[in-house]
Ligand binder design. Structure first.
Ligand SMILES: NC(=O)c1ccc[n+]([C@@H]2O[C@H](COP(=O)([O-])OP(=O)(O)OC[C@H]3O[C@@H](n4cnc5c(N)ncnc54)[C@H](OP(=O)(O)O)[C@@H]3O)[C@@H](O)[C@H]2O)c1
Ligand SMILES: [Zn+2]
Ligand SMILES: [Zn+2]
Length: 354
């Protein structure tokens, strides 16, 4: 029986509407989480628009979840009832492939089980955090050490945060490294905070002139308008790493040119349309690389949460009520958010819709 209020997109490009779903009681090894806050990631927007042509409808998005544990399933001793936990993009993986054995379940050979939009059987798929509660295996829940008044801002760490933290760590962002961050959105503004907390020299590249001063306030050492060719030329061959978070296809050569010898441009943005192929000579000269990176593992996410609690890092958010959900998606689509929408899920619980 449908026992849980949620919001779903029923068709591609349709609005999100009240929708009732069924959450089973927690089985062995599972926990039930009463969702307090859920962030809105650009991947939720790509999904409801079916940009990647892989969305299963009805789609209940949401994968930046902070909540309070309700019931515990049999055998769960890692957590207590009432504890605050986070859930990100991953709620399952095969557990036996090389990537799973190396605690890199985001690269599971079988594909990880996503918090939303992953098939469960012929007719059902996972339904995400735009809902009152969710039931997940305890081993995919994260401990959150942020204070009560930081919890809404901590929700976006569960996807945006880990997606930038993982590659920044892997590529060695830290003292003595010059790191370029491209795009000041949900991912980009957290990348600025993490890279500067790691001790790197951070240069933020934005296509929005109005965001440049915010970038400096967020911790960037320099900020540059990416459409200003003269300003961009100052960074030619100057950067060790470029982390590109842009959600739309664009010219990757703009940022390849900024890399030193052996520098890497890491793509985390996932636009619907392919980027134009970069000029090969921008790779050959200086032996530059282009790489990709997908979210982060459960272990890395826990590390990221410890690091962000220690450095007092949370997202800069606009807290919205569930009734503002479609307006928030329209604003996200227009690049009009500072810098992440987070839904106060109490507003869903109290709504008489659904
Ligand atoms: N790899 C992964 O595992 C992973 C995980 C999560 C999200 N993602 C993807 O990462 C991307 C960013 O997500 P997000 O939530 O950070 O989105 P977001 O908040 O909308 O930020 C995207 C930023 O990209 C820039 N941008 C947008 N359109 C542009 C255009 N036409 N030309 C140049 N710049 C443009 C804007 O920055 P400026 O205004 O500063 O230019 C915008 O703030 C999305 O594609 C999302 O699906 C990937
Ligand atoms: Zn996401
Ligand atoms: Zn696996």
């Amino acid at each position: 029986m449908p026992n849980t209020k949620a919001y779903a997109a029923l068709t591609a490009k349709g609005p999100l509407v009240p929708y009732r779903i069924t959450r089973q009681p927690p089985g062995p090894g599972e926990i039930e989480i009463e969702i307090l806050y859920c962030g809105i990631c650009h991947s939720d927007l790509h999904s409801i628009q079916d940009d990647w042509e892989s969305t299963l409808f009805p789609c209940v998005p949401g994968h930046e979840i902070i909540g309070r544990i309700g019931r515990l399933g049999a055998g769960v001793d890692r957590f207590r009832e009432g504890e605050i936990v986070g859930v990100g993009c991953i709620i399952g993986s095969c557990g036996v492939c090389t990537s799973c054995e190396e605690s890199l379940e985001q690269y599971c050979d079988q594909g990880f089980l996503g918090t939303f939009n992953s098939p469960l059987n012929e007719t059902a798929h996972t339904l995400g955090g735009f809902s009152e509660r969710i039931v997940v295996p305890a081993k995919y829940a994260l401990r959150v050490h942020h204070s009560r008044n930081q919890l809404a801002g901590a929700a976006p760490l569960l996807c945006a945060g880990i997606t930038v933290y993982s590659p920044l760590r892997l590529w060695g962002a830290g003292p003595g490294k010059k790191v370029g961050i491209v795009g000041l959105g949900g991912l980009g503004h957290l990348a600025v905070k993490f890279a500067s907390a790691m001790g790197a020299h951070v240069v933020l590249f934005s296509s929005s002139e109005a965001k440049l001063s915010d970038a400096l306030d967020l911790g960037a050492h320099e900020a540059c308008l990416s459409t200003d060719k003269k300003a961009m030329s100052r960074y030619s061959g100057a950067l060790d790493i470029v982390l590109n978070t842009v959600s739309a296809s664009h010219n990757l050569d703009t940022y390849l040119r900024l890399l030193k010898r052996d520098g890497t441009q890491i793509l985390v943005g996932a636009p619907a349309e392919p980027h134009a192929s970069p000029k090969v000579f921008n790779l050959l000269f200086r032996r530059r690389r282009i790489a990709g990176s997908l979210i982060g593992s459960i272990r890395e996410t826990q590390d990221m949460l410890e690091f962000s609690a220690a450095h007092q890092i949370t997202a800069d958010i606009e807290l919205i009520s569930i009734s503002d959900l479609n307006a928030a998606f329209e604003r996200l689509d227009r690049n009009d958010v500072r810098y992440r929408f987070v839904i106060d899920m109490e507003s869903l619980r109290q709504s008489d819709s659904g």
